[in-house]
Design a protein around this ligand. Structure first.
Ligand code: IMP
Length: 434
């Protein structure tokens, strides 16, 4: 049975949640396969705004089964908080939510480990979201200290595991701070076992073997929508390493992160913001770092470009055709959605990077190593902007001619057709382009 993936083609925050929300009615499962509560999905339904960071966007549709796959790292307090928020808003959450027993669990010592290295002030910071994502994935691949969701459900086993893991973690975190000016916390295995044991009891009804659930779904001809977290340029293998997240945010993460085989995926929708943003550190060739009265600040203000998870101001810049060509090829994109076009209204001229200057040579490939990308300066093509407010546009014919030209130019640069253009956060501010 065919499956679809929605994937961001930049550094995250491309408004993937809106596209997943639009498509979820046509699917039986919406599956997250990577990341954790570092993602931020904002979905606007009329006067209601939902902000999710861990639960799949499909949770807003009760007839869809939302799945947190084995490739996700789960912070139980956040999982339960998001459920409570939805229940308070009258959104049903019950048998429509499943979390993999193989997903890995984030503990307070993961966050502490991250805090210690991120705040050491020695130039090694990545600018992470501080959600313990990296240290949890480190433990997963290191195998000795990781604990999976299924293990939470057995109180005796959990207590034993924590009594082995936590002393190591305490020694490790203290060693990281030794000799420095920072102090670190010590963790008590019994207290964590008590706390996580309580979370486990509330999580129990949601936990299952999600791989089998999805395999059974495929056998019954059910349709699956995969929801990537973060953006392709944050992918741990192919992104701007080391300024990336710790999981595979490309569709390549699906097979490992959900257990669904690659041949099932038949449609990949890339999501692209009409400009570029990035949170955290790392090179960003088309960044508009032009001061408080500059275009970068204007885009940030109009686009409300502040992190959903951390509230940090996002760095803003022009669209980068070189990066988009790279991620379109990596993700195997069939069609794309162009988001937040309304934010660009009133800018007389828009720029799109079509090549880079790298050490005096013009290149059109994307050097994903951060230290090489940092030496690239963009070669721009300038296109005319538009003055009209787009937020009332509902069909292609409503869009100003220069906006249609901009969309066509982006489609030509990326080399795949555009599915929808988005001119505002609401569902009806979405223009079908095909
Ligand atoms: P981490 O995922 O918290 O380890 O952060 C690693 C990098 O990925 C940092 O630059 C974060 O700002 C960035 N990042 C992680 N999740 C997101 C997201 O959902 N949107 C945008 N950037 C993200």
């Amino acid at each position: 049975m065919p499956a679809t993936c929605v994937v961001g083609l930049q550094w995250g925050d491309e408004a993937k949640g809106k596209i997943v929300d639009l498509l979820s009615d046509d699917h039986d499962f919406v599956v997250r396969y990577n990341g954790g509560a570092n993602a931020g999905h904002t979905i606007v339904w009329g006067s209601r705004t939902f902000k999710l960071s861990l639960l799949p966007t499909g949770i807003l549709k009760s007839k869809v089964t939302s799945v947190i796959g084995n490739g996700v790292v789960v912070y139980p307090p956040r999982f339960l908080e998001e459920i409570d928020q939805l229940l308070e808003a009258g959104v049903p959450v019950g048998a429509n939510l499943k979390v993999s027993d193989h997903a890995h669990v984030i503990f307070p010592y993961h966050m502490e480990e991250e805090r210690v290295v991120e705040t050491a002030g020695d130039g090694g910071a990545i600018g992470t979201t501080g959600r313990g994502i990296g240290p949890c994935y480190q433990d997963k691949v290191g195998r000795r200290f990781a604990i999976r969701v299924g293990e939470l459900l057995d109180p005796k086993h959990l207590r034993e595991r924590l009594s082995y893991v936590v002393p190591y973690k305490n020694r490790f975190i203290h060693a990281l701070t030794a000799g420095g000016t920072h102090t670190s916390k010590s963790f008590d295995p019994a207290a964590i076992a008590d706390e996580y044991g309580r979370y486990a009891e509330r999580m129990r009804p949601f936990v299952c073997d999600t791989t089998r659930l999805l395999h059974d779904g495929l056998k019954a001809s059910k349709k699956i929508l995969f929801e990537a977290a973060q953006g392709s340029l944050l992918d741990v293998d192919h992104g701007t390493y080391p300024y990336v997240t710790s999981s595979s945010s490309l569709p390549a993460g699906i097979w490992g992160g959900s257990g669904v085989p690659s041949k099932v995926l038949t449609r990949t929708i890339g999501v692209v913001k009409a400009y570029t943003t990035r949170v955290g550190r790392g090179p960003f060739p088309t960044e508009l770092d032009d001061g408080p009265d500059g275009l970068g600040e204007r885009i940030r203000r109009i686009g409300r470009e502040f992190g959903t998870v951390t509230g940090r101001p996002r760095r803003t810049g022009w669209l980068d055709g070189v990066a988009l060509n790279y991620t379109t090829a990596l993700a195997g994109v069939d069609e794309f959605s162009l988001m937040l076009l309304d934010v660009l209204s009133g800018i007389p001229e828009l720029k799109i990077a079509t090549a880079y200057d790298l050490d005096g040579e013009r290149v059109t490939h994307f050097p994903s190593d951060a230290h090489v990308l940092a030496r690239c300066t963009p070669v721009y093509e300038t296109v005319p902007g538009w003055t009209e407010d787009l937020t009332k546009c509902r069909k292609v014919g409503d869009l100003p001619a220069n906006c249609r030209r901009y969309i066509d130019r982006v489609a030509a640069l990326i080399g795949v057709p555009v599915m929808v253009a988005s001119v505002g956060p609401d569902r009806d501010q979405t223009i079908p382009m095909q």
